[in-house]
Design a protein around this ligand. Sequence first.
Ligand SMILES: Nc1ncnc2c1ncn2[C@@H]1O[C@H](COP(=O)(O)OP(=O)(O)OP(=O)(O)O)[C@@H](O)[C@H]1O
Ligand SMILES: [Mg+2]
Length: 307
Amino acid sequence: MDIKPIVELQNLTKVIGKKKIIDDVSLSLYPGQITGFLGPNGAGKTTTIRMMVGLMKRTSGEILIDGKPLSENFEEGLSKVGVIVENPEMYKFMSGYKNLVHFARMQKNITKERIDEVVRQVGLEQRINEKVSTYSLGMRQRLGLAQALLHRPKFLILDEPTNGLDPAGIREFRQYLRVIAETEGVSVFVSSHMLSEIELMCDRIAVIQNGRLVDIRDMSETAQSHYYLELSPAETAQSLLTSKGYAVESLPVGLVLQAEKNQIPSVIQLLTANRIEVFAVQPHRKTLEDQFLEITGGGQIAEAHTK
Ligand SMILES: Nc1ncnc2c1ncn2[C@@H]1O[C@H](COP(=O)(O)OP(=O)(O)OP(=O)(O)O)[C@@H](O)[C@H]1O
Ligand SMILES: [Mg+2]
C-alpha cells in the first residue's frame, strides 16, 4: 500500500518476569481502515494496546505515530490518538452533553460545534441532554466513542468495545465506527475475541495468539477471489472446471470457484457450452472461521489457551 501508515508497531516486545507476553509484534495501521485485533483471552491484546497508549512500558521495539517514535514524542503522539480502553468513565448524574463539555474543557480548542458534530456522528442527538444514568449500555458506549473523538484523533483504539452489547447494539456500534473511518479518515484499531464480530466490522484483521502475530489479512482480497456457483449437474461442472485448471470446491449445493472477476464470463460460456445450467453466480467470502482453521491447522482460535 502506498498510503503512509498512521501507526507502526516495530518488533514490539513485552517481558514480565520471565514471561514474554508480547513477542516481536510488527504491524502497520492505515488511515480510513478498520483493523481488527483478534485473539483468544490472554493472547496479549490489552497488553499491546496499553503499550500503544503509554499505559505500560515496552521491553523493546518501537511504536511510531505519524512517523515519529512515541518514546520521543509522547504528548504529540498521544494527541493524535483516541482511546476507549475499559468501560468509559462517565458522570452518571450529568447529561451526556455535560459530560462531553467536561471532557472538552480538559483539552485544547474543542468548540461547541465539534461537540455537536460528534454527538451527531454517534447518533445521540435525541438523548444527549438526558442523564447518563438513564442510558442503555449501547448508548453509554456511543457516548464514550463521542468523547474519544472530540479532539479529532487520527487513530482510534478500542479494546473489546462491544463487550456486553446485544446483537442490535453491536450492529449499531459497527455502523458508527464505519462512518467515522470513512468520513473522518480515522484509522480504527479494534480488539475482540469474537471471530464473527471482527469479520463484519473490519477491513483487515491481525490475529494474535500467545503474544505473537500469527496472521494479517485483508478482508477484501478474500472476497474477490472466490465465487459461488449454483449449477447443475455439479459433478460434471466440477470435473470440467478442474480439467481447465480452475480450483473448485464442492458444496452441498453448487461449487465454490477460485477466479478473478474478469474470468467469470468465460467460465459461464464454458459451462453453458457443455450443457451445464447456471442458476446463480455470486462473490463468495470464505468465513474467517474457515480461514482460521486453515491457518491454525484446525486449532480453535477463540478458546483460552493453556499456559
Ligand atoms: N501485569 C502483568 N503481570 C503478569 N502477567 C500479565 C500482566 N498483564 C498481563 N499479563 C499476562 O499477559 C497475557 C496477556 O494478557 P492480556 O490482558 O494482554 O490478554 P488479552 O488478549 O487482552 O485477553 P482478554 O481477551 O482476556 O482481554 C496473559 O497471560 C496475562 O496473564
Ligand atoms: Mg483484554
